[in-house]
Design a protein around this ligand. Structure first.
Ligand code: BDP
Length: 707
């Protein structure tokens, strides 16, 4: 009987016995094994009561609640610090420190009144909250916490999510259910999930969120919707998260009763000033506006013969007196413009360097086309030293297999951030542009297009949570390592078992290169299905505009393949610093990963491997598929270390990914083979189906497409 009770007891407390569905993200706070506990946890830790050093603000309240929740889960319920002299006290303190800025924190183990005390301190309460999350992360990742002296200060000022969420709860390019923002029931009801959303974001340092799609509706600026946004802002405020709204440039016409949205018209400027005042009355710490103007059919200043500067500065003057910012996107291109689409953002913005207001940030996508599996860094980075230039990454995997492909984006973000713009000589990395140190800019931004939705696991898949997490960590420190981040995430998400952590991290680290291989190897880009962007579509042609087709980008023909962006072609290479551009344009210098991005080459061109271009391409596709095969096998072997429900979900998705990788490979080989007219290299199998079959596939209900 006693043995049975013991076994039952063990089963009940074993972490794997708790149903896990991914809702808890990396904040699971499951018990750590005795050896990994802080020494003080032999007895319970104690959280010092708020003293005069830390008046009880809403942020400190949630910091203390989080600490208690985390410690309770990880090492047992904290005791009262007042209960006599004892070690293991944790003190939260707001105290001036020159080196910590507004949001940094310090965690130190000190003797306070003879007691060993962990002091988490910051200039402001939000820093304390960040410190608490870091402290819990240290325990979760099994780092020693008994003798700490750690300082951390975010390098980027605005670390924000951009939700492409519509007011009817559909999410443009969203693959994890509906929008988490329940606009209809707001402001009367604020879902409890909003608090968990804020906790998760605060835990990785995200301090801003744009609530609505960049393809914006003017309705979100009406009084009813401002009240809804205000309810969210109230909920997020204790977690240091400010709300922003995407602003539709033509709102003065749509909801302001004006005939024009011309930014030089005084009535238009007055509309925006009044609108800003109205928003700030409801949301005193409103962050500002995000604007997609004159891009993909969105209205903008050019509709009135005005410029991006006219538009952005007019809005900046409306929010400026309240401390707000305008984030103006550089993702612009026009079909009337015959020039290479990759050049248009630079061509339109570079001439305006130095003309934008101080509270304007130009938000630039990581690459010059559009969140492709691989793009060279955008030439605007390093090219506008007199402007605030922000980074826009896409966390949602529009072009990387949606939520069912396991593709860890850490290496993609890291590759861009570490790229050297050479703007001021060697070491002028994109990270240094983004964190402002290269040109001494203070208003810095890193934005990520969110992958969050109403799915129980938030991101559509367990592994896509890692992309949200990695984004936050890199926004805090753009020089952080994608591998280190993956290790932390894995430990917190799945546990510390070394037989699990190493293979999972290895799998994650190679997964992005694998996707590049099975989708668009060697610098190919924009080869996906039309509109929904699901699956391969290298044959996509025709339609309203050439630069929405695949054939425009691959330029495959009997003579070869690739987009000539060298001086003999579109000369996009000239938009980079001379040394960088010259390298991209030079076949002896350019990295083969970017080969067909910059060069049009004959099918028999010799790659470094000695293979012809055609053979090499086919092998890359195959390598990508084989990698997914490997992930499936690795994951199957990890069943003993992962709870059944999450294990099965990931296994199912890997099977989907395996099939789709094969589909990408087969369809691409069939299509490009129709131009190369060369045999497949030895050992490579012919595509399973005919080219006509692949071309005939239609997906009218693919998620994330249309409103
Ligand atoms: C593209 C998406 C489109 C977005 C656009 C943007 O396909 O849905 O509206 O980017 O960033 O990648 O504005």
């Amino acid at each position: 009987m006693r043995v049975l009770a013991l076994i039952l007891g063990l089963v009940l407390i074993a972490p794997a016995a708790r149903a896990e569905d991914g809702y808890d993200l990396w904040l699971r706070y499951r018990p750590v094994e005795a050896s990994a506990r802080p020494a003080y946890a032999a007895r319970a830790a104690a959280i010092a009561p708020p003293g005069s050093s830390a008046p009880d603000t809403p942020t400190l309240k949630v910091a203390r609640a989080e600490l208690e929740r985390g410690l309770t889960g990880l090492v047992g319920k904290p005791a009262s610090a007042a209960a006599g002299a004892r070690d293991g006290v944790i003190q939260l303190a707001v105290a001036p420190a020159k080196d910590l800025g507004d949001e940094g924190f310090r965690i130190r183990t000190l003797a306070v009144n003879g007691r060993k005390t962990t002091v988490i301190s910051a200039n402001r309460d939000i820093g304390v909250l960040y410190g608490v999350f870091r402290y819990l992360e240290l325990i979760q990742t099994r780092r020693p916490v008994d003798s700490l002296d750690l300082t951390s200060v975010p390098k980027v000022k605005l670390r924000m999510l951009n939700h492409w969420d519509n007011l009817n709860r559909t999410v443009e390019r969203g693959y994890s259910g509906q929008s988490i923002f329940d606009w209809w029931r707001l402001p009367g009801h604020v879902d409890a999930r909003m608090v968990d959303y804020a906790r998760a974001n605060a835990s990785i340092g995200v301090n801003g969120t744009v609530l609505n799609n960049v393809n914006a509706k003017a309705d979100s600026l009406t009084p009813a919707y401002i009240a809804k946004a205000a309810a969210l802002a109230d909920t997020f405020r204790p977690y240091g998260i400010r709300v922003y709204l995407s602003a539709r440039f033509s709102a003065p016409i749509e909801i302001g009763g004006l005939k024009t949205a011309d930014p030089t018209d005084p009535a238009v400027a007055a509309f925006w000033k009044a609108k800003a005042n109205e928003i700030y009355r409801a949301i005193p710490d409103f962050g500002g506006f995000l604007v997609k103007a004159n891009s993909e059919g969105q209205p903008g200043p050019q509709d009135y013969g005005r410029t991006h500067v006219d538009g952005a500065n007019m809005l900046a003057d409306a929010v400026g007196p309240h401390g707000g910012v305008v984030i103006w996107r550089a993702f612009v291109y026009s079909h009337e413009q015959p020039d290479d689409r990759a050049k248009q953002g630079y061509s339109e913005f570079k001439p305006f360097d130095g003309q934008f207001r101080d509270n304007v940030v130009i938000q630039v996508k990581n690459g010059a086309i559009d969140f492709q599996p691989r793009e060279p860094f955008h030439p605007l980075f390093g090219a506008m030293p007199k402007s605030n230039l922000g980074m826009e990454f896409q966390i949602t995997k529009e072009y990387l297999g949606f939520s069912t492909h396991l593709v860890y984006l850490g290496p993609l973000f890291e590759e861009t951030l570490r790229a050297d713009t050479m703007a001021h000589g060697k070491g002028s990395t994109v990270a240094k542009v983004v964190d402002g140190t290269l040109d001494d800019r203070k208003l810095t931004v890193m934005a990520g297009v969110a992958n969050i939705g109403s799915d129980r696991n938030w991101s559509g898949s367990q592994f896509d949570q890692a992309n949200w997490y990695a984004f936050g960590r890199l926004a805090w420190d753009p020089e952080a390592s994608a591998r280190d981040i993956a290790i932390d995430w894995t430990k917190m998400t799945f546990g510390d078992e070394p037989r699990l952590v190493k293979p999972v991290v290895d799998m994650m680290m190679g997964s992005r290169e694998a996707a590049v291989d099975y989708m668009t190897p060697l610098g190919l880009h924009h080869q996906m299905g039309e509109g929904h962007h699901y699956g391969p579509g290298p044959w996509v042609s025709g339609g309203p505009r050439a630069d929405w087709t695949s054939v425009y980008y691959a330029k495959a023909g009997p003579d070869g393949i690739g987009f000539d962006r060298t001086p003999s072609g579109s000369n996009a290479t000239a938009q980079y610093a001379p040394a960088v551009g010259a390298c991209f344009a030079d076949l002896k210098c350019v990295d083969e990963k970017d080969l067909l991005w910059f060069h049009h080459l004959p099918w028999d061109y010799r790659l470094k491997s000695g293979d012809t271009l055609w053979d090499g391409m086919v092998k890359h596709y195959g390598r990508g598929v084989a990698y997914v095969d490997g992930m499936e096998k690795t994951w199957a072997g990890l069943a003993p270390y992962v709870d059944a429900r999450r294990h099965k979900e990931v296994a199912d998705y890997l099977k989907i990914q395996r099939d789709e990788a094969q589909w990408w490979r087969d369809a691409s080989v069939a299509w490009f083979g129709s131009f190369s007219k060369r045999p497949l290299p030895p050992g490579e199998k012919a595509p399973a189906r005919s080219l006509e079959y692949y071309e005939s596939l239609k997906f009218p209900w693919a998620p994330g497409n249309g409103q």
